[in-house]
Design a protein around this ligand. Structure first.
Ligand code: CA
Length: 229
């Protein structure tokens, strides 16, 4: 499945709570993968590259705090926002005090609405297009809510794949994306697509962006991939 939707990794050992949260996150339009303990969580971080992690403090085996510490100490996972769920307000003090690097926390029993708002607010930071934000890069404007793209105020026609490619680039201008990373983000892991397909769609995106003139804003980085700007 193509990843239009942000992916949430939910780590919660209570089956009932996991179900309720998972249901609510899916209703918000998120893709949800869930884990019942720390080992499974660490494995899914690796396999699924989630955009955000909702992490319960109290888990059998490795605690939420320890998972958070591990994630924040590795460069590959450091940037993934972690929203910690804790049962008591004393734990919140520890979340702050231990400097585990959790990006936010919610105390149980939480309001689902509040939790969803916190998740969206973290995603706005790391995956702005995925929550319908308007992105700008030089004279290019992408409105993720209406799926409209303009360049120098001229509307551009993009296919759905080109739109996802552009929003990926516009979320992180300057970042060099490898073909594999683009395949993951734009096509999703479950689909087998040849990496040359990426080149074809980047080519189409380039053409579409330059249809009314203007310089090509996409950069081919030899041996590495593509970047915007
Ligand atoms: Ca628990």
């Amino acid at each position: 499945m193509a990843q239009d939707h942000p992916k949430v990794l939910l780590v919660e050992d209570e089956p009932a709570q996991r179900e309720v949260l998972s249901y609510n996150l899916q209703s918000e339009g998120f893709d949800v993968v869930s884990a019942a303990d720390g080992d499974e969580a660490m494995l899914l971080v690796e396999e699924e590259s989630p955009d955000i992690i909702v992490l319960d403090w109290m888990l059998p085996g490795i605690s939420g705090i320890e998972i958070c510490r591990r994630l924040k100490s590795r460069s590959e996972t450091r940037a993934i926002p972690v929203l910690m769920l804790s049962a008591r307000s004393e734990e919140v003090d520890k979340v702050r005090g231990l400097e585990t690097g959790a990006d936010d926390y919610v105390v149980k029993p939480y309001s689902v609405l509040e939790l969803m708002a916190r998740v969206r607010s973290q995603l706005r930071r790391v995956r702005p297009a995925s929550v319908g934000e308007r992105l700008e890069f030089e004279d290019i404007v992408l409105d993720a809510e209406t799926h409209r793209v303009t360049r120098a105020d001229e509307p551009l026609k993009l296919g759905p794949t080109e739109f996802r490619l552009l929003s990926t680039f516009m979320e992180k201008p300057g970042r060099v994306w490898s073909r594999e990373q683009l395949l993951d983000r734009v096509w999703g892991r479950d689909i087998y697509v040849d990496s040359r397909t990426v080149d074809v769609h980047v080519g189409r995106l380039r053409k579409a962006l330059c249809v009314h003139g203007g310089a090509d804003p996409l950069r081919t980085v030899r041996g590495a991939g593509y970047a915007l700007g």
